[in-house]
Design a protein around this ligand. Structure first.
Ligand SMILES: Nc1nc2c(ncn2[C@@H]2O[C@H](COP(=O)(O)OP(=O)(O)OP(=O)(O)O)[C@@H](O)[C@H]2O)c(=O)[nH]1
Length: 402
């Protein structure tokens, strides 16, 4: 009896020791779970191999504080908070939209001084004869104002300068300002669709030919919107250029914006766009910006693809804005592009990039006349905040600034 008791006691002690040993061992996480501290808006593998970009998930978000601390206390223990704070990249604080054109006006004046100041100098000559009017006409044509608007403006200036007979520099400046402003048309609605409608984000599709600055514009525009406290989701539907998705994700990460992209090179851009909009709806974003691959307007299959992207997006939410990006340095060629793009998708606004590198500011008027669509944004440099909302007054004032 005693022996049985002793054996039972020894067995019990052994069993206890084994149990303690087992509990002490680190427990491997179930397959597929994260082993590092992750954010709430961490990318989940989406159907079709699409992920919300991991680069963005590392950045601190302006959204409500992540709930991971409450949900996964053991993981929290493994990765001390201090470490996360140290490694998390600082978010950029983008410049507010309102001050941008003012800051960038010097660039506009520098590249377009012949257009604005040159015109003023010609009008201020002591005697304005036919030769001077020819020079004025030439200046306007050189600035890509287009033939019809040039004739119209010259006629109006002729009539007013002759009738008024004024030679006073201030009066001439005011007169020229008024006439240029009428050409640029301050009555056009240049607001961007950036507000949720019927419980869905405003979807913006960004289109244009190769190299005009689409991806850069989407990145810069995200910053404009973030500065206005909008929740933004980016869609990298330029699956043709390998680096485009990476480029876009970097732009997004700098301001804490999620980028939806495909892990498969050459994936169907319509499906990436679809996933981006889906994510935007799920995340209750204000705006979804979809970047698309550059396409030549004379390639019918690529233009058809654009139509498809739009149709696929619209299975979930209407495309509120189609921004056509045009490179201002390409001048009249941009007009041809605009015409064809407008036939395939309803362009709602123009983004005129690289205005810092050209004296062709008159293209603003020409393009608006051609499409009946307003220029909404202008690019004035390669800097992250060198994209400004277009204002007719701000533009004309910059052209005429001293
Ligand atoms: N100076 C200047 N450069 C600009 C401006 N906007 C864009 N760029 C530059 O234009 C180049 C092309 O820009 P991307 O955004 O890659 O052009 P993309 O249209 O997306 O190109 P694809 O994807 O090949 O069609 C980059 O070097 C940009 O920095 C601008 O307003 N001013």
């Amino acid at each position: 009896m005693e022996i049985v008791l002793i054996i039972s006691l020894v067995l019990a002690l052994l069993l206890g020791a084994v149990l303690v040993g087992l509990l002490d061992r680190p427990v491997a996480p179930p397959k597929g779970t994260y082993t590092e501290l992750r954010d709430d808006d961490d990318p989940a593998l989406a159907p079709g191999g699409l992920v919300a970009d991991p680069a963005s998930a590392d950045a601190p978000s302006s959204r409500p504080a992540p709930r991971h601390a409450a949900e996964a206390p053991t993981v929290e223990e493994e990765a001390p908070k201090a470490e996360v704070v140290e490694t998390a990249p600082q978010l950029d604080r983008p410049e507010a939209a309102g001050t941008r054109l003012q800051r960038l006006r010097a660039r506009l004046l520098k590249s377009n001084n012949v257009f604005g100041q040159g015109l003023l100098a010609l009008l201020s000559r002591d005697r304005i004869d036919d030769d001077v009017w020819d020079e004025i006409e030439e200046t306007l044509l050189m600035a890509d104002l287009g033939t019809e608007p040039t004739m119209e403006l010259v006629d109006r200036l002729k009539a007013r300068v002759t009738v008024d007979g004024t030679r006073d520099p201030d009066a001439l400046r005011a007169l020229l300002r008024e006439e240029l402003l009428a050409m640029v048309d301050p009555s056009m609605d240049r607001r961007l669709a950036a507000t949720r409608k019927d419980g869905k984000p405003a979807v913006t599709l960004v289109v244009g030919v190769n190299g005009v600055g689409k991806t850069t514009t989407v990145g810069k525009l995200a910053r404009v919107l973030v500065a206005e406290d909008r929740e933004v989701v980016l869609g990298a539907a330029d699956t043709f250029r390998a680096a485009a998705a990476e480029q876009l994700a970097t732009w997004g990460a700098r301001v804490g914006v999620v980028t939806v992209r495909s892990e498969t090179e050459g994936a169907d851009p319509a499906s990436v766009a679809f996933e981006a909009v889906k994510t935007g709806i799920e995340e209750e974003a204000d705006v979804v910006l979809v970047d698309t691959a550059g396409r030549l307007q004379n390639k019918a299959n690529l233009m058809d693809e654009l139509g498809k992207i739009k149709r696929v997006i619209e299975k979930q939410a209407p495309v509120e804005e189609v921004l056509l990006v045009l490179d201002a340095t390409t001048g009249q060629n941009g007009l041809m592009q605009a015409k064809v793009f407008a036939e395939v998708v309803d362009v709602t606004g123009i983004v005129l990039t690289k205005l810092d590198g050209t004296a062709k500011g008159g293209i603003v008027v020409a393009i608006q006349r051609q499409l009946g669509v307003p220029v909404k944004l202008i690019g004035l440099g390669e800097g992250a905040d060198d994209l400004a909302p277009f204002s007719a007054e701000g533009f004309v004032d910059a052209l005429l600034a001293e």
